[in-house]
Every structure is written in structure tokens, then in C-alpha cells.
Ligand binder design. Structure first.
Ligand SMILES: Nc1nc2c(c(=O)[nH]1)N(C=O)[C@@H](CNc1ccc(C(=O)N[C@@H](CCC(=O)O)C(=O)O)cc1)CN2
Ligand SMILES: Nc1ncnc2c1ncn2[C@@H]1O[C@H](COP(=O)(O)OP(=O)(O)OP(=O)(O)O)[C@@H](O)[C@H]1O
Length: 297
């Protein structure tokens, strides 16, 4: 059934994309990943764990991490040499595309990153300001959006996402990234998205590099992959629709397919937003972007 949906999406895709003014990269749906298999949480593990893996598996894994490191340093260089005026044009274009998108407008609960300009991340400041002012500007609390943002807990790839209501809720951490304290200014604990009884509709994700089949290269901490796996598990247990995973990317961060190594702990994204438009990848993205076959009259 999945295969037939994929085939169906593929043949309808050009018409749908033209109709909805989206960009298409010819990616087979659903995704087929050539994962390198390993079973353990993969912060650098003590060698006792590696004893359970064959030497081929460990060396494949080491190759994958080595390729990731090389690609990270290549992408960091291209981001550093990006013309600042091009960067701000792209920042503006990407955020406008998101804010105008129906799938963004209809999202009520979101997790998003607080961009760090020193890391040359796609700017989210306008987007976040827009999310935070939505209830007051519309005067209708029923359309209010809830925003959860990351906070690093430790060096073991643990991160939590806390509810904020204002950018004033944030303070710079040791990496100079703004993040919320676990308690608010009155000493009350903030709402942790993992403890919320309502599902997150949308994740806005950062990353260093992406490809058109949804592979994402992060900064190497494993924070997002660990968090997303946990959240997906919670959504499954609660019988919720899985959140849509959308990554923001400058043009120079989009790689040829196959350039990003994947391990089975990496969580692929559903769609990318680049300055040229939205790039839907999975059937879930097509559905949320109202591009499902049933949307064609
Ligand atoms: N804005 C933002 N917030 C985020 C993340 C992110 O990628 N972006 N994270 C996503 O995980 C978590 C924090 N993880 C981070 C991991 C590495 C670096 C960092 O500064 N990396 C340097 C290289 C450091 C080194 O190699 O020693 C870099 O990438 O240049 C920052 C945040 C949670 N919050
Ligand atoms: N050779 C290695 N063997 C085993 N684990 C490693 C190796 N190199 C790095 N790791 C660990 O794997 C984890 C994830 O690394 P990976 O490169 O996939 O992160 P990422 O996907 O870039 O990060 P994020 O999920 O935060 O975006 C990190 O905790 C890292 O310490």
C-alpha cells in the first residue's frame, strides 16, 4: 500500500507542485535509506558496547562519522564565505515562505530552534516573533500558537523543549545559544513538551546540511536525533499524528543525494524550506501541504 501511494504521489507530483507553486526534486517516495546498522544510543560508546558489533559494523560506523565530520567542516567553510547580503536575503525569503504557508498557519503547537548567527544558522527571529505575537495580534485566543524551544541538559545528547511566551524568557548558554531556564521568573517550572497532553504539529529544525531525500546532518551532538526519536515514540504511544519535521536551509546547505552518511539513529526530515521554496519529501509532507492525491479535484 505504501509502495502504491509512493508510485501515485510520484506520477501526480509535477502537476501538484505546479499547482501549489512548490519546487520539486525528483526523489522517490517514500524514502529508502541505506542505513548503516547499529543498535545502541550512539554517543561515543564505551568499547564494551562495540564488542557486541562485528568489526565490519564498527568500521562502517566510524567511516560514517568520519564522512560526517568532513562534510561538516566543508559546509561550515561555505557558510562562512557566504556573502552577508545574500544571507540576509535568504533569511528573509525562507521565513516569509514559512509564515505564508497554510501548514504553518494551521499549526498550533510548534517546536523551533532559536537561531545563532555565529553558527550561521538560518535566522528564525522573525518567525518566532510572529508565533509569539499571534494570539495578541488576532485577539482570538483560539488561534494562539504554543512555542517550545530547546534547552541542552547535558553532554549525553539530552535536550528538552520548554514552552516560552516571550523572547525575554531566554538566556544565553555556554555555547552562546539562547535558551529558556527550566523555571520561569517566578520560580515555576516551565511546561516541558514531553509532558504535554497535546501533540506538537510542527518541528522547525536546524542543521548543517541536507539532501533532497530528507537526510539531515546536525552539529554532531546527537541532540535532535535523540529528542526526535523520543518524541516520535511518545506520539506513537499516544496515538497522535506524527509531527511534521521541516528543516530550514540556505541554498549552499543542500547536498547531492548520497553525500550525507546516515546511521540508523538519524531521523530524516519530511520537508525542507530553502529560499527557492518548499521541498516536500515524504508522503506526510505532501499530505500536510494538501498535495495528497485526494486533494486533486
Ligand atoms: N540554534 C540551535 N540550538 C540548538 C542546537 C542547534 O543546532 N542550533 N542544537 C542541536 O544539536 C542543540 C545544541 N547543540 C549544539 C551542538 C554544537 C554546537 C556548536 O557550537 N558547534 C560548533 C562546533 C563545536 C566543536 O566542534 O567543538 C559548530 O558547529 O561550529 C552548538 C549547539 C540544542 N540547541
Ligand atoms: N565514531 C563514532 N562512534 C560512535 N559514536 C559517535 C562517533 N562519532 C560521534 N559519535 C556520537 O554520535 C552522536 C550523534 O552524532 P551525529 O554525527 O549523528 O550527530 P548529528 O546528527 O549531527 O546531531 P544532531 O542530532 O544533534 O543534529 C553524538 O552523540 C556523537 O558523540
Amino acid at each position: 500500500m505504501v509502495a502504491s501511494l509512493a508510485g501515485c504521489c510520484r506520477c501526480l507530483l509535477p502537476t501538484l507542485l505546479q499547482r501549489f507553486q512548490l519546487r520539486h526534486f525528483p526523489t522517490p517516495l517514500p524514502l529508502q535509506y541505506s542505513y548503516i546498522s547499529h543498535q545502541l544510543p550512539y554517543r561515543r560508546r564505551p568499547s564494551i558496547f562495540f564488542a557486541a558489533m562485528s568489526s565490519d559494523q564498527t568500521s562502517n560506523l566510524d567511516d560514517a562519522f568520519k564522512q560526517k565530520r568532513l562534510l561538516r567542516s566543508k559546509v561550515r567553510k561555505s557558510l562562512k564565505s557566504m556573502d552577508p547580503s545574500l544571507r540576509s536575503q535568504e533569511d528573509e525569503a525562507i521565513q516569509n515562505i514559512v509564515m505564508e504557508a497554510p501548514w504553518f498557519k494551521s499549526s498550533r503547537r510548534m517546536c523551533a530552534y532559536i537561531s545563532c548567527s555565529a553558527l550561521r544558522e538560518v535566522d528564525t527571529s522573525k518567525l518566532l516573533a510572529h508565533i509569539l505575537q499571534t494570539p495578541s495580534s488576532s485577539g482570538d485566543s483560539s488561534v494562539a500558537k504554543k512555542l517550545y524551544v530547546p534547552r541542552v541538559e547535558d553532554k549525553n545528547s539530552n535536550m528538552r523543549m520548554f514552552l516560552i511566551s516571550s523572547m525575554d524568557d531566554l538566556i544565553a548558554n555556554s555555547m552562546d545559544i539562547l535558551e529558556p531556564a527550566a523555571v520561569d521568573r517566578n520560580g515555576n517550572p516551565r511546561e516541558d513538551v514531553m509532558e504535554s497532553d497535546e501533540p506538537v504539529d510542527l518541528f522547525i529544525l536546524p542543521g548543517l546540511a541536507f539532501d533532497k531525500s530528507g537526510r539531515r546532518l546536525g552539529r554532531g551532538g546527537g541532540y535532535y536525533d535523540t529528542f526526535l526519536r523520543k518524541y516520535q515514540l511518545r506520539a506513537k504511544e499516544k496515538n497522535w499524528t506524527q509531527p511534521l519535521l521541516v528543516a530550514l536551509t540556505y541554498s549552499v546547505q543542500i547536498m547531492e543525494e548520497g553525500a550525507i552518511s546516515m546511521t540508523d539513529q538519524d531521523v530524516p526530515v519530511d520537508a525542507l524550506v530553502s529560499p527557492s521554496g518548499v521541498i516536500p519529501i515524504t508522503a506526510a509532507a505532501l499530505e500536510r501541504f494538501e498535495l495528497s492525491p485526494s486533494a486533486v479535484k
